[in-house]
Design a protein around this ligand. Structure first.
Ligand SMILES: C[S@@+](CC[C@H](N)C(=O)[O-])C[C@H]1O[C@@H](n2cnc3c(N)ncnc32)[C@H](O)[C@@H]1O
Length: 317
């Protein structure tokens, strides 16, 4: 499966290489595949989409014009094909991804895109991938993982043998595997239950396979002679379960010790953001922790206290 090329603004930053040297502990090399010509971005056709859209570069920009106040009908249709409610997302955040979707399908208008997908429904997954951004990486936002490693995990494990961890909106699985690595380091992996959930089946397939390019596999320094691709060790794969699902309609299970829901809410509109945080809070165990993305702030109405940057603990039960 081709590795998604992150948008420029979220591409791999070699300054953020994790200091964890995990290569010998957590990864086992797999055969180097036949040399390929390397990944290239699809060449942007000079196209004039049917509606005017921003370039797909700043997904976090808060300004949304009146023209973008409602989701594009094609995107409503596309997300609807996966049982997803497009009205839950910020229309501008979705609209910025439309050009990428059109390029992917090699068409120039939303009408053509719909026709192409009706003709070839096997392309629907790719189209969804280009609209819902799956950018992720191992140990993304390092200070958060440092806090989990040094503080939260040892503290939670002082009263339990293993932890129940949910990665909600897990993309290709790097987030959940990062937690699994820390739990293994703490000797608590065997007794832990880890679940990753995402609405994109392609992402879940990739997470389950656990094969990543060496550059993605945490810490370039950890791979002095990197194989082209590396596989997550069987021990980690055995502990991680994966599920395709819509977070906005169903949070799996309850009583979670840790829920990571990072860089998902930024794409949602306000009422759905609040609803999502409320549901995730309910799904936490009595002193569970909710870990959010760098740009995400929680409403004060929740029964959570902030214990570190981007980490909240449940109170009042
Ligand atoms: C930017 S990625 C974040 C991945 C990871 N949490 C991280 O921070 O590195 C956002 C993910 O949320 C997923 N997503 C968006 N809407 C969702 C929904 N309604 N239910 C489940 N997953 C969703 C997308 O498919 C995408 O993989």
């Amino acid at each position: 499966m081709p590795v998604p090329v992150p948008p420029q603004s979220e591409q791999f930053d070699s300054c953020c290489i994790p200091k964890y040297d995990l290569s010998h502990v957590f990864f086992e090399g797999v055969a180097r595949p036949a040399r390929t010509s390397g990944r290239t971005r699809p060449v942007a056709k000079k196209s004039s989409p049917s509606t005017s859209f921003h370039k797909a570069k700043d997904v976090h920009a808060p300004q949304e014009s009146v023209a973008e106040a409602v989701p594009d009908p094609f995107l409503v249709w596309l997300l609807g094909r996966f049982g997803l409610d497009a009205s839950a997302y910020r229309p501008a955040a979705l609209a910025r991804r439309l050009p990428s979707c059109l390029r992917q399908l090699r068409v120039t208008t939303a009408c053509e895109a719909k026709a192409a997908l009706e003709l070839r429904p096997e392309l629907l997954g790719q189209a969804l991938n280009s609209v819902l951004i799956g950018v992720t990486e191992f140990f993304r936002d390092r200070p958060v993982f440092d806090y989990l490693r040094k503080n939260l995990l040892p503290e939670l494990l002082s009263s339990r043998h293993g932890l129940r961890v949910l990665s909600a909106g897990c993309s290709d699985g790097q987030e959940l595997y990062s937690i699994a690595m820390l739990l293994e380091e703490l000797g608590a992996l065997e007794e832990s239950e880890l679940l990753g959930m995402d609405c994109r089946a392609d992402a879940i397939d990739r997470a389950r396979a656990g094969i990543f390019h060496a550059r993605e596999a945490a810490g370039l320094d950890a791979f002095p002679s990197p194989p082209a691709r590396s596989g997550i060790t069987q021990a980690l794969r055995d502990r991680c379960r994966w599920q395709v699902g819509d977070l906005l309609s169903d949070i799996p299970g309850g009583g979670w010790d840790i829920i990571l829901c990072r860089n998902v809410a930024i794409y949602l509109n306000e009422p759905h953001v609040v609803l999502l945080w409320e549901r995730l809070t309910s799904a936490l165990g009595h002193d569970g922790a909710l870990v959010v993305g760098k740009a995400e702030k929680l409403p004060p109405s929740l029964t959570l206290v902030r214990v570190a940057a981007n980490v909240y603990r449940k109170t009042g039960e």
